[in-house]
Design a protein around this ligand. Structure first.
Ligand SMILES: Nc1ncnc2c1ncn2[C@@H]1O[C@H](COP(=O)(O)OP(=O)(O)OP(=O)(O)O)[C@@H](O)[C@H]1O
Ligand SMILES: [Mg+2]
Length: 396
């Protein structure tokens, strides 16, 4: 292990888990390609992405259940590529819980201590302490079959926590729970993370889970890291069109438009209208000499107006409390979602409406011609431009 600890790292505590240029191929199938990412000590890092993008493989590589085809994995600053999974000081919580059905809750929780040879008195003390903190102390003599799904989940967590590993790896641990329990367990996990002050790397394909739980989110698609950032960074500045469409509920509208115009006065034109680009974005598009762009607009950044530059036909009106959501269609067939706080009572399927980008103040009831004129120009933060070919974000 000589040279495992970088000497330049002495002035800061090493990342709990660090991947440097890590790839994993199964025969000719890439599961993980060129991952470079650190989970800082104490961080709750979420790996988010669609099914098959490589999330579980990343966790298995960190746990040592898979050998990387390329790259270096460090845990607490030590290179662990050749370290046995048992010696990695990492605990993994699986989607399936993987409890031993013939063992009581107590025996399940103490299993990792037994297998590491902790003496009996210390063992029971540690088990009882963890059981208390997860409200399992009254259930220690039951078998897993006599527990609810949420209780089983807590036993799996208790078993991971009991030996105080350097980091926890969690693979969609809440996906077997019903919706209500999932919300509660999310909150419990976040509390637990704060209490244990430990590092968690948490896998999910649910972007709501990711944005509510993570200190940072690593968005993955097709075996590659797309973006790493705080939930807010990823939401407000998606690095590419994939992230833009994947993070946010309902998803961002993404429209392809032709660019036309001179200097700062540039429009993006599509079949059902056009948008005037804010000067900073027009300059960015011009700099790259683009003829076409993908335009991203979040549903809540679209406003129904009496006269606007975008036209659409209402196909569904959905009222959600004080807000309503319209699903509209462009003439070309593309759907576009609009979240509005205007009362949609008068709206019908088939109505043709005009839309503008921007968000008038909540207390306004509808937007008149005057108000529309007085709306500021399209706010740059409400428009996201992406390169058509690569999907890359164009920043001002
Ligand atoms: N043992 C294996 N042999 C061959 N291919 C594999 C193996 N394990 C995973 N893969 C492939 O690697 C890719 C990533 O799989 P992985 O299980 O990491 O995805 P995931 O993001 O966890 O998906 P899900 O959300 O469905 O669990 C997939 O294309 C998968 O088919
Ligand atoms: Mg998986």
């Amino acid at each position: 292990m000589a040279g495992a600890v970088l000497s330049s790292d002495v002035d800061r505590s090493p990342a709990a888990v660090s991947l440097e240029g890590v790839s994993k191929w199964y025969d000719n199938v890439p599961a993980v390609q060129d991952f470079t990412i650190d989970a800082e000590a104490g961080e709750f890092l979420v790996l988010l992405g669609p099914s098959g993008c490589g999330k579980t493989t990343v966790l298995r590589l960190i746990a040592g259940l898979e050998i990387p085809s390329q790259g270096v994995i460090r845990i607490g600053g030590q290179v662990v590529n050749d370290v046995d999974p048992r010696n990695r000081d990492i605990a993994m919580v699986f989607q399936s819980y993987a409890l031993y059905p013939h063992m009581t809750v107590r025996r399940n929780i103490e299993f990792p201590l037994r297998s590491r040879g902790h003496p009996a008195p210390a063992r029971s003390r540690m088990v009882e302490e963890v059981a208390r903190s997860l409200q399992l102390d009254k259930l220690l003599d039951r078998k897993p079959a006599q527990l609810s799904g949420g209780q089983r989940q807590r036993v799996a967590l208790a078993r991971a926590i009991v030996r105080r590993p350097l980091a926890f790896l969690m693979d969609e641990p809440l996906s077997n729970l019903d919706a209500q329990l999932r919300i509660e367990m999310r909150a419990e996990l976040v509390e637990l993370h704060a209490k244990l002050d430990t590092t968690i790397i948490y896998v999910t394909h649910d972007q709501v889970e990711a944005t509510t739980m993570g200190n940072r989110i690593a968005v993955i698609d097709q075996s590659r890291l797309q973006q790493v950032g705080t939930p807010r960074e990823v939401y407000e500045h998606p690095a590419n069109a994939f992230v833009a469409g994947f993070v946010g509920n309902p998803p961002m509208n993404i429209i392809r438009g032709h660019l036309e115009g001179e200097g700062d006065a540039m429009n993006a034109r599509f079949q059902d209208g056009y948008l005037q680009l804010p000067p900073v974005l027009a300059a960015a598009a011009r700099r790259e000499n683009l003829g076409e762009v993908l335009i991203g607009i979040r549903p809540q950044d679209l406003q129904i107006v009496e006269q606007g530059t975008i036209h659409a036909t209402v196909s569904l009106v959905e009222v959600v409390g004080s807000e309503s959501r319209l699903v509209c269609r462009f003439a070309g067939g593309q759907f576009i979602t609009v979240d509005t706080d205007r009362d949609p009572a008068h709206m019908r399927n088939g109505d043709v409406i005009d839309l503008a980008v921007g968000r008038p103040r909540r207390e306004q009831q509808g937007v008149s011609q005057e108000e529309l004129r007085s709306l500021p120009e399209v706010p740059p933060e409400a428009l996201h431009l992406f390169d058509v070919a690569s999907g890359r974000r164009l920043d001002p």
